[in-house]
Design a protein around this ligand. Structure first.
Ligand SMILES: NC(=O)c1ccc[n+]([C@@H]2O[C@H](COP(=O)([O-])OP(=O)(O)OC[C@H]3O[C@@H](n4cnc5c(N)ncnc54)[C@H](OP(=O)(O)O)[C@@H]3O)[C@@H](O)[C@H]2O)c1
Length: 312
């Protein structure tokens, strides 16, 4: 029988795209906090992550075998201005989920980030010691330790993804698409590098890892290190949009932004070796993003209004 998959942070960008990617293969339950959502072929359930006991009760009712913990405070700016809340949401809730799932003997996937390093070295691997430069990174780094302490078999996934956004949550890719479709100029950083990946690819690769019953830290990112500016240009060309609307910008010219790593790229060699395949480059993921729109998936998530400006 297929295992039930419970995804916390069910209204978020990652959770919704993850649910869409696996709903034909597994029964999916989206665990909700404040925002109500509904998605065809997927159950939803309100879950209080504030205590281990509440999570255990919710799991006894929903009967998941796999929990994907995506809930978090994801705005770098918000984390910096409210470190207490960042600690509560990113660290304490993750620790609660890990304790509850360990006690119940459930598989846990904890979603981490590529934001854990100073950004000096490209293509960082899983054994490089973390050294975050801001509150968001520090809370995500502490969460990883607390999760693995409470649930040593958990999978900790370091990633940086995109997918189709919603009316209330912008994805980097659809912010660019919407702006260019509306004929608006945007500025993208030429000096910020990362290894982006489509959420669908993350989800399918992680379920392969779960099938292999492996745990520990894995970088689940795309094969290609690219600047945000170059990513925008490739996206514009793939979607036949006016790439001249994309202006090159430099993060070094934006001193008011919260300090961020300039190179967030991660190496995916560990997972590729284990799965015996590549995870795909930007061109492949963009082709799939386009297909998803043609198949009506973007419309299911209700696209949001166009926006312009500097996208970090
Ligand atoms: N976005 C990226 O590119 C990126 C990159 C690297 C890593 N990540 C990591 O990936 C994960 C998912 O990111 P995302 O972009 O999908 O997040 P998101 O769209 O910002 O959604 C965050 C989710 O967390 C929930 N949440 C917030 N506070 C909560 C609380 N106190 N209790 C329970 N749930 C709470 C929110 O529910 P409500 O809306 O109902 O409050 C929402 O469903 C995060 O762990 C993030 O650190 C993201």
């Amino acid at each position: 029988m297929k295992p039930n998959v419970l995804i916390t942070g069910g209204s978020g960008l990652l959770a919704l795209n993850w649910a869409l990617a696996i709903r034909d293969r597994y029964p999916v339950i989206l665990g909700l906090h404040k925002r109500e959502i509904s998605l065809s072929g997927v159950q939803t359930r309100s879950i209080d992550l504030e205590s281990t006991e509440h999570i255990i009760c919710a799991c006894e009712i929903a009967q998941p075998q796999i929990i994907i913990h995506t809930a978090g405070l994801t705005s770098v700016e918000q984390c910096e201005s409210d470190p207490g809340q960042a600690q509560r949401v990113n660290v304490d809730l993750a620790a609660n989920v890990a304790k509850a799932t360990a006690k119940l003997g459930l598989s846990l996937v904890h979603i981490s980030t590529d934001h854990l390093f100073p950004g000096i070295i490209p293509l960082v691997d899983e054994i490089c010691p973390v050294a975050p430069v801001n509150v968001y990174g520090r809370t995500k780094a502490e969460a990883e330790s607390r999760v693995l302490e409470a649930h040593p078999q958990a999978l900790v996934v370091r990633t940086n993804f995109y997918g189709w956004g919603t009316s209330y949550r912008h994805s980097f890719s659809d912010a660019i698409i919407k702006a260019l479709r509306a004929g608006k100029e945007i500025t993208l950083f030429r000096d910020v590098f990362y290894t982006p990946i489509l959420v669908e690819t993350v989800a399918l690769a992680v379920h392969e890892l779960l099938d292999l019953k492996v745990g520990g830290i894995f970088n689940v990112v795309g094969d290609e290190r690219i600047s945000k500016y170059e990513f925008g240009l490739k996206l514009a060309r793939k979607f036949k949009l006016d790439a001249s609307l994309i202006r090159p910008g430099y993060i070094t010219d934006q001193p008011s932004l919260v300090k961020r790593p300039h190179d967030m790229s991660l190496s995916n060699q560990k997972i590729c070796k284990l799965l015996g395949r590549k995870l795909g480059d930007v061109k492949e993921h963009l082709a799939r993003l386009q297909q998803q729109e043609q198949n009506g998936l973007a419309q299911e998530l209700a696209p949001y209004p166009a926006c312009g400006g500097v996208l970090s």
